[in-house]
Design a binder for this molecule. Structure first.
Ligand code: ARG
Length: 595
């Protein structure tokens, strides 16, 4: 039984002594360490539950009840010095302080077997599709796609480390009427050979697309030509298909680069994800199902879905010319997922908040179809990047190219070295990319980000470089021990994990900063669970930043190497490093050994 279950069990027994039965007990980590390692509001809950209250009438307040429970707990289950060092009632809360001895044992165990850092739930039968990135062919990979890539990947990692089976999908926009326009543009103003030779073919395609819209403003007939080409594409016209495939190949050259720089992978469809075009021949079946269930309503030759009481605007499924839409393909995608992964599959789409209404419509329609139960469909959304007042739009052409952004991040990371005299140069790109990722992940994804390089690369603040720097510091302390000729540090001091036994460690004599650091490290596993359950990588960032601050405080105040408590302090340094590395691993941020 894990610690939480043990404490809960004892609480239940203590409550039973007071005649309180059937209360669901929750154990949480209090915000402040001074309130202990776990806390429960069971006393308050018991008071608030009407049929329980009668039994505890002789007690006037949750506070009194909490006190009584603590008394019983203390008299019945004296587990001082084993697990729980102290139980106390604070207001209506009951707080549990784990004993230093127990925490020391835990530390030793985790150092011996790093797998124990994070508790995995027993059942790992949860299957989840996480769909992220989803850029469009022949269009720029935007900052929005970057956010989706970074956040979606972190969410998928979180779910994976907590034992779920994750399918990583990429819903590439490789189908739709824009290909008709583009084909017309390539054939009219473009030159395939030149596009092929260009440094970035996608840029050429975007320029052609922009030109199409400029010309179409003058001559609306162009829109018809575009539609005709898309119809040809849908009908399998060879020339239309050939050009379309070219666009896909050119775009993937860019995507592959970006994904490899970001170290992001997908598992579905041989690592490419199921793009929209994959569902081309699967839409008919869905349209039929919509018809059968009498959901499709005709309106001036187009077909739409209307929602009950107009609670959402209607959603178009077929255009007047009979062609399909983004929504039609999303329906076919989810139907396919149901068939492929099973009807219990949970599906997460990481897509910008600007598509919130659309996803509400989609989810509502999928409910009307009877495909999913509540909670099976989730839209994880992200806010915008705000750069002063530039707005990004493919049509107008004021686009920020991602590659330029990564280059800028690298350049700026390089300039850090001058300020902080650390040898950052070999790592500049990794640090730059890590900084961008951290900046994306450190706050609730739905918030907009005001893009600020100072903030992103702040060596003193809540930033990627600060975390990497703190990790490197733990690493260098341990490396020093390894290379030192100090008699104590013989052989492989890395093995200190194994060497130090509980008896050696004097954890009850820990200094304040040490015990705080240790107790904070102990929280990590629960933090990961919480972050995974709420699909919030920012919870990990928050934790890691606090951990780094605690560690740096400890390190400033206490001598590690050569101190009387060298072994236990090294153990703390070691576990701090392991925890930061694990956490940054979830966020897919590299940990350089030197910064
Ligand atoms: N390609 C779309 C875009 O760039 C995002 C796709 C999101 N996923 C989905 N299943 N609709 O806006």
């Amino acid at each position: 039984m894990d610690i939480k279950a043990q404490i809960k069990d004892k609480l239940r027994k203590a409550l039973l002594d007071l005649g309180i039965e059937g209360l669901e007990i929750e154990l949480e980590q209090p915000k402040q360490l001074s309130f202990g390692d776990y806390t429960t509001n069971a006393a308050m809950k018991a008071f608030a539950t009407p049929n329980l209250k009668s039994k505890i009438l002789n007690l006037k307040s949750p506070k009194e009840l909490a006190k009584r429970i603590v008394e019983i707990f203390n008299s019945k289950f004296v587990i001082h010095d084993s697990i729980v060092g102290k139980v106390e009632a604070v207001g209506g809360f009951i707080n549990f302080h784990l004993s230093a001895n127990y925490l020391g044992t835990w530390l030793e165990e985790v150092l011996r077997d790093n797998e124990k850092l994070v508790n995995k739930p027993k059942s790992s039968s949860n299957k989840i599709v996480v769909e992220y990135s989803s850029p469009n062919i022949a269009k720029p990979f935007t900052i929005g796609h970057l956010r989706s890539t970074i956040i979606g990947d972190a969410v998928a990692n979180l779910l994976e480390v907590t034992g779920r089976k994750v399918y990583r999908d990429n819903h590439i926009g490789d189908w739709g009427s824009q290909f008709g326009k583009l084909t017309y543009a390539i054939k009219t103003w473009g030159n395939e050979e030149e596009i092929e030779k260009a440094e970035n073919p996608v840029k050429e395609l975007v320029n052609l697309y922009i030109k199409f819209h400029e010309e179409a403003e003058k001559n609306p007939k162009l829109e018809d030509y575009g539609r005709e080409w898309f119809k040809k594409l849908e009908d399998g016209d060879l020339e239309a298909r050939r050009l379309w495939q070219k666009c896909i190949d050119w775009s993937w050259m860019e995507f592959n680069n970006l994904y490899s720089e970001l170290n992001v992978k997908f598992t579905e469809n041989n690592g490419r994800g199921y793009g929209e075009s994959f569902f081309e021949d699967k839409m008919k079946q869905v349209i039929e199902e919509l018809r059968e269930k009498d959901l499709l309503k005709e309106d001036q030759e187009a077909f739409l879905i209307y929602f009950k009481n107009d609670k959402l605007p209607p959603l178009m499924i077929l255009k007047t010319d009979g062609t399909t839409l983004y929504a039609t393909r999303d329906l076919a995608t989810d139907k396919f997922r149901l068939e492929k992964y099973g009807k219990d599959i949970k599906i997460i789409n990481e897509v910008g908040a600007e598509q919130s209404l659309y996803f509400q419509q989609l989810f509502e329609l999928e409910k009307m179809l009877g495909w999913f139960n509540a909670g099976q469909r989730v839209h994880v959304r992200h806010g915008l990047y705000r750069f002063k007042d530039q707005k990004m739009s493919t049509r107008k052409g004021n686009v920020i190219w991602l590659e330029d952004l990564l280059n800028e991040a690298e350049k700026r990371a390089l300039s850090l070295s001058k300020q902080d005299s650390i040898s950052i140069s070999q790592n500049a790109r990794r640090i730059g990319i890590g900084a961008l990722k951290w900046n994306d992940l450190k706050r609730n994804s739905i918030q907009d980000i005001i893009f600020d390089w100072e903030d992103i690369l702040n060596m003193q603040g809540d930033s990627g470089p600060y975390m990497q720097y703190t990790y490197a510091r733990t690493h260098s302390v341990l490396a020093k021990v390894k290379s030192s000729s100090n008699a104590k540090a013989t052989a492989d001091k890395e093995k200190l994990k194994v060497k130090s036994s509980i008896q050696d460690l004097k954890f009850d004599e820990l200094e304040k900063e040490e015990i705080h650091l240790l107790r904070y490290l102990y929280r990590y596993s629960d933090v990961v669970t919480q972050a995974a359950d709420s699909l919030s990588p920012n919870i990990i960032c928050n934790y890691l930043f606090n951990l780094a601050q605690r560690f740096n405080l400890f390190y400033q105040k206490h001598k590690v190497i050569g101190s009387d408590n060298e072994d236990q302090r090294l153990a703390l340094v070691s576990l701090t490093g392991i925890t930061i590395k694990h956490g940054l691993g979830i966020l897919n941020i590299e940990v350089p050994e030197k910064v």
